[in-house]
Ligand binder design. Structure first.
Ligand SMILES: Cc1cc2nc3c(=O)[nH]c(=O)nc-3n(C[C@H](O)[C@H](O)[C@H](O)COP(=O)(O)O)c2cc1C
Length: 179
């Protein structure tokens, strides 16, 4: 059996640390589990009377075929970054409650609190979507630390290795939740 986890990152910038977390998670997936990272950079802001753009159609198809989700959650002004919320909003209006009952995990990189405030806001949205979000391990990474390289990758420094271990633990727990 092989399973697919869909990663969605709320930061669109090139050297995003949050995207770096997803790349690290992709490397740390156990055998038989593949992390596919969604491209939400072309998604327009959701509006109910707007025709579904190709970017939304692609994302919806990826969500349908995913067994679980890994959400990389930057913190913007103490809450969820709009690109991530917007992506969830596009999928949520599709018939069939596409997230319902599927496992999900959250991780994030940011300032002092490592996106904890945003992650807890995101959990509220996940309740409505009926995602089964892991409670632990929590990954609150320090974006402005040696844990990250210049391009956003998790670094080989000791801080990066600790973070990588935490991400591996999260990936393994998420995969176990799939069954
Ligand atoms: C609009 C904006 C608001 C931000 N607000 C917060 C915040 O509330 N808390 C925080 O820890 N970092 C905040 N930051 C800093 C981000 O944590 C930092 O830019 C981080 O690197 C973003 O993630 P990324 O590297 O994946 O783009 C903010 C950044 C931006 C651009």
């Amino acid at each position: 059996m092989s399973f697919t986890i869909l990663g969605i990152c709320g930061s669109l910038r090139k050297a995003s640390r949050n995207m770096g977390l997803l790349r690290c998670a992709r490397e740390e997936m156990p055998a038989g589990y593949t992390l596919v990272i969604a491209d939400i950079s072309e998604l327009p802001l959701f509006a109910e009377d707007r025709a579904k753009p190709q970017a939304a159609i692609t994302l919806i198809e990826q969500v349908k075929s995913a067994d679980a989700f890994l959400l990389a959650c930057p913190e913007y002004n103490y809450s969820v970054a709009p690109a991530l919320k917007n992506a969830l909003d596009w999928v949520s209006r599709e018939a069939g409650a596409l997230f319902a009952g599927k496992p999900a995990a959250i991780l994030g990189a940011g300032g002092g609190m490592g996106t904890a405030r945003a992650q807890y806001h995101l959990r509220q949205t996940c309740v409505y979507l009926d995602l089964r979000v892991l409670n632990k391990p929590e990954v609150f990474a320090q974006a402005f630390s040696p844990a990250f390289a210049e391009n956003g990758d998790v670094s080989a420094a000791p801080e990066g290795q600790v973070l990588r271990g935490r991400i591996r633990e999260l990936a393994e727990t998420l995969c176990r939740a799939i069954g």
